[in-house]
Write a protein that binds this ligand. Structure first.
Ligand code: F6P
Length: 324
């Protein structure tokens, strides 16, 4: 196998705090290994149109603690098509890239696998606030988003308790309830609704009623956006009809994806980014770097893709017991 000299790095899909820390790690560890690093703007779309910028040590200074991604990110569903992949391969050829690091979620890792199959040495780095990538205990961005949600819920709890109000808080998570579950557990929410568990709104109403009977001054229901269409409104309206009092609803939305990454995310992104470029330098391809326990591992993308990541159901039950 030809030795790797010039490596491209791109960020793809919905952004997540810690992406910049990963770009910095790929760049600085790559240069440390004697490689040239090239940033690719706007994910796979920038790879198709050749939007490249060389990255030196100083270019990635001052970004470790910044949310978002200096390379910008995009969802590019067209990258599933062969025609789009051909354009990307032309850029790879023209730019003399002999390796790629793709920092992305499930969809982006499919793109990484396609490039690997087409002969471009490619390593994936898992990022998503949803924590729905199989094979890694946690992805870049999850810890920061979780802390953001927990912080928002404690602020909501202050006002809820002042008015003896019930609140429904909607988190992100189209197909995954991880953030809702963990934030609910960490906040002592009276009820949690996630896509992985059949919703039982009677149980939610009962938990609220019992809580007030025991003397609680507030009720917080956390619902992941994927549970119902207009999840917060649907749950809030139900509770209002059923219990006969006003409910306030808060949709946290994209603020969950912004902000400075936590120390955990900075360290995770630094480790995964460095490991990804080390893998390329060692001649490996078609893998995703992952955190398993406290150790980094590399797993074949073919074993990771299209596999549902189970949520820790015992924690769902624990949250129900502890929020009494
Ligand atoms: O990053 C994943 C995610 O946060 C999902 O939970 C959410 O549904 C989606 O992104 C929304 O992202 P966008 O508005 O960028 O399409």
């Amino acid at each position: 196998m030809a030795s790797v000299k010039r490596v491209g790095v791109l960020t793809s899909g919905g952004d997540a705090p810690g992406m910049n820390a990963a770009i910095r790690a790929v760049t600085r560890r790559g240069i440390d290994l004697g490689l040239e690093i090239v940033g690719i703007r706007r994910g796979f779309r920038g790879l198709m149109s050749g939007e490249l910028l060389p990255l030196g040590i100083a270019d990635v200074g001052g970004i470790l603690d910044r949310g978002g991604t200096i390379l910008q990110s995009i969802r590019a569903p067209e990258f599933e098509e062969e025609e789009s992949q051909k354009k990307a391969l032309e850029t790879v050829e023209r730019a003399g890239l002999d390796g790629l690091v793709v920092i992305g979620g499930n969809g982006s890792l499919h793109g990484a696998a396609a490039l690997h199959r087409a002969g471009v040495p490619t390593i994936g780095v898992p990022k998503t606030i949803d924590n729905d990538i199989y094979g890694t205990d946690i992805a870049i961005g999850v810890d920061t988003a979780l802390n953001t949600v927990v912080d928002c819920i404690s602020k909501i709890r202050d006002t809820a308790a002042s008015h003896q109000r019930a609140f429904v808080v909607e988190t992100m998570g189209r197909g995954s309830g991880y953030i809702a579950l963990m934030a609910g557990l960490a906040s002592g929410a009276e009820a949690i609704l996630i896509p992985e568990v059949e919703p039982d709104l009677d149980l939610v109403a009962e938990a609220i009623t019992q809580g007030y009977r025991r003397g609680k001054r507030h009720a917080i229901v956390v619902v992941a956006e994927g549970v119902f269409k207009e999840a917060a409104r649907t749950v809030g309206n139900y509770i209002e009809r059923r219990l006969g009092f006003e409910v306030r609803m808060t949709v946290l939305g994209h603020l969950q994806r912004g902000g400075a990454p936590t120390a955990f995310d900075r360290i995770l992104a630094s480790r995964l980014g460095a490991r990804a470029v080390e893998e390329l330098a060692a001649g490996r391809s078609g893998e995703m770097v992952a955190l398993v326990g406290s150790q980094l591992q590399s797993l074949p993308l073919s074993e990771v893709l299209d596999r549902p990541k189970p949520i820790p159901e015992e924690l769902f039950r624990l949250a129900q017991v502890l929020s009494k």
